[in-house]
Design a protein around this ligand. Sequence first.
Ligand code: PLP
Length: 375
Amino acid sequence: MQTFQPPRRILMGPGPSDVSPRVLAALGRPTIGHLDPVFQTLMEEIKAGLQRLFNAPDHACVPLPAPGTAGMEAAMMNLLEPGDRAVIAVNGVFGGRMVDMAGRAGATVTVVENTWGEPVDPARVEAALAEGPAKVLAFVHAETSTGVRSDAAALCALARKHGALSVVDCVTSLGGIVVDVAAWDADFVYSGTQKCLSAPPGLSPIAISPRAQAAIAARTTPVRNWLLDVNLFMAYWGGEGGRTYHHTAPINALYGLHEALVALFEEGVQAVQVRHAREHEALVAGLEALGLQMLVDPKHRLPQLNTVRVPDGIDEAQVRAHVLKEWDLEIGAGLGPLKGQVWRIGLMGASATPWHVKICLTALGEALAAQGYRR
Ligand code: PLP
């Protein structure tokens, strides 16, 4: 074997996004023991930083030691027991993954289907909740497969009204658009580090309300997975009884998350959101000048994930291959029913800069011209 040297890429797909040099430097700092008092200080700072970023002062906030899917799995496995009913809104790939997981947790799942490329329809969700008691209402705030934002405040309010716990996927939204867990009164919110936080993949920040914690404590059957059992996990991250060994934390990855949070707060949570919105507008203006069309209605677009229709006669995979080969630029393909029909261009975290927008527009224009495209 030889040392692996990855190429330098510009990451403008659906995640991971570019990781800033300061976060990369933090990852390479000396590993210390996970029970070292200095490391415990870092854990406390991360918990406080996540509470601030989620705006969740009353929630338990910790990073799970696995990517965003772990947050989803923790939500489903901890909140649901066999026989419980879950209402799950699906408007893209990740809602579908929630349905699969809730079924594996033994729940009876009512799926509320929505059109891909459109937000979740609260009226349909309410109709499903009104059919009978549900333990959980789950939905994706920012659907990365389509580039659509759903109305988290309205959907969480419906969960409250019907006595269900809300599960909100904020993997792509956290750090890019407003995530206000306290205002939403949301119950189990999870995210990932490789999108708008611009840290490497591998951690899933979560926020759990006191209501959800009480529901988990009151379970009559054990949580089906061990690593993600909130009761055990929280004891490690420092509950009232102090810290007990559960697993060995991914120490260096946590240095990276800590530094990403420091950088984000230095810039300012709102300033970061404004930067995402500004670069999104610049990108859309440039794409439209190239004669390209966006998939999603402007009212529901995510600034951090831009879904662009592939023009007739253009080979979309060849365009992605061209920009990767000639520009070291990664953009994403469509998923599911949108496969072959769209590109997904990420402007997430450190990849949301004027420089990224210019490179992307130039590279795309060149790749399209290489196939004889004229606007
Ligand atoms: N939910 C959404 C909305 C996502 O975009 C992703 C990943 O792209 C996930 C969940 C799963 O996260 P991960 O790939 O980090 O496990």
